[in-house]
Design a protein around this ligand. Structure first.
Ligand SMILES: Cc1cc2nc3c(=O)[nH]c(=O)nc-3n(C[C@H](O)[C@H](O)[C@H](O)COP(=O)(O)OP(=O)(O)OC[C@H]3O[C@@H](n4cnc5c(N)ncnc54)[C@H](O)[C@@H]3O)c2cc1C
Length: 368
């Protein structure tokens, strides 16, 4: 019933090991990194799902391998080096680069001489509409049925087991129900009698028209200035902020415009780092929402009545991981725990048991 990337990617596919899948992902605005953290700014290594989309999924995900830079403050150098070493151990193409190398990769950048960054030459970004559309086409081709504009209004349970859902257009029978409802996932979980620690995270993005003398640039996250950026096509650049993202809102809230004042804050951040963008013009800005959890990692696994599964709480980082996690979750549902234990840490029980997920070498809190 759901049409986000997770709702579309839980059809069984070839059962690769989860970490192996993660290692192969290339993706979104962030580059590859943090393979040990599902919802980190992972992206990936060698040409798999996103770079090899046509063979793996079919269609086109609009992947552009523009490269990715992770900028951190000099104080976070040790953490950056540890993360790069960890990523290299699992086969990701990444290296630590110094300030002069960063200047070569991102001409015009204002950066201190003692600042370092991680550089992933093969990372990039993909187009969410094309990726989701081709996942949909692949699912339909394998026998999935799409019902649009039809909300699930209840989860039907007989005894201890799920037997289907109620929808705005009647009942649908089924032994498995997966809650992949993004910002609305708490509501759907409540229909199965579950109270999950998931609230709504809102995120604004701005698109600016690059001055004609600035070409397509590398994508980057600037943890020093709490923003990220990447080109969008030939003429535009996307700018978004790590801080000031409203939490606890209404999943039904309109997302057609950005939060008041966002455009100015975004402009100030990118111009601080790349003064040439002072000549850029605002093209547009809008917002979007996702479910966020206390540790900003997803909730994946069975919960509540038998047959009910959670696949939600991606906390703003679920696009890049959707194909890989979808494969693992499909294997887990269809074949049971023997198929994979990759997703075991992401179960709902971790919150009650105080086993929140934390990166070993994080750069501070994103989003909050
Ligand atoms: C502005 C913005 C930028 C982002 N950038 C990135 C990025 O660069 N990289 C990255 O990896 N991630 C990014 N994300 C996060 C990513 O988009 C989400 O994590 C991802 O879309 C979650 O996928 P999903 O399938 O779980 O949920 P969604 O994509 O939200 O889909 C959920 C679907 O469930 C449907 N639904 C809800 N309730 C019901 C119901 N009762 N009955 C039936 N259907 C229902 C909704 O209509 C929706 O179609 C970004 C998010 C935003 C908002």
């Amino acid at each position: 019933m759901q049409s986000g990337p997770f709702g579309l990617d839980i059809a069984p596919d070839e059962p690769l090991r989860f970490l192996e899948r993660l290692r192969r992902i290339q993706s979104g605005q962030a580059g590859e990194s943090m393979v040990n953290q599902l919802a980190g700014n992972m992206g990936g290594a060698p040409f798999a799902y996103f770079a090899d989309w046509t063979d793996r999924v079919g269609g086109d995900a609009g992947f552009h391998d523009i490269g990715f830079l992770q900028l951190v403050s000099p104080a976070e150098r040790d953490a950056l080096e540890a993360n790069v070493a960890m990523q290299q151990r699992v086969g990701i193409t990444t290296e630590v680069v110094d300030a002069d190398q960063v200047r070569g990769l991102l001409p015009g950048i204002v950066i201190d001489d003692d600042q370092v960054a991680a550089y992933e030459p093969r990372s990039g970004y993909a187009d969410p509409s094309s990726a989701t559309g081709s996942l949909l086409a692949a699912a339909l081709g394998r026998g999935a049925r799409l019902i649009q504009d039809c909300a699930v209004t209840g989860v039907r349970v007989a005894g201890e087991r799920v037997v289907g859902v109620e929808t705005e257009r009647g009942s649908v029978d089924g032994p498995i129900v997966v809650d992949a409802a993004g910002a609305w996932a708490g509501r759907v979980a409540a229909m199965a009698g579950l109270d999950i620690p998931l609230t709504v995270w809102r995120h604004d993005v701005a698109y600016v028209r690059r001055p004609p003398d600035i070409g397509r640039h590398v994508g980057f996250i600037d943890f020093d200035n709490l923003f990220y950026s990447r080109p969008e096509g030939d003429a535009l650049t996307l700018v978004a902020l790590e801080d000031g993202n409203p939490i606890d809102g209404d999943p039904d809230a309109s997302v057609s415009s950005a939060t008041a004042g966002f455009e100015l804050r975004a402009a100030e951040r990118i111009v601080r780092r790349l003064p040439d963008f002072g000549r850029a013009g605002l093209h547009s800005a809008h917002s979007g929402q996702d479910g966020i959890t206390p540790d900003q990692h997803p909730i994946i696994g069975p919960a509540g009545p038998d047959g009910f599964w959670l696949d939600c709480g991606y906390s703003g980082t679920g696009f890049k991981t959707a194909p890989a996690i979808g494969d693992s979750l499909a294997a887990l549902i269809a074949e049971g725990p023997a198929a994979t234990d990759d997703l075991a840490p992401y179960g709902l029980a971790r919150f009650a048991e105080g086993r929140l997920i934390a990166g070993e070498h994080s750069y501070g809190h994103m989003w909050r």
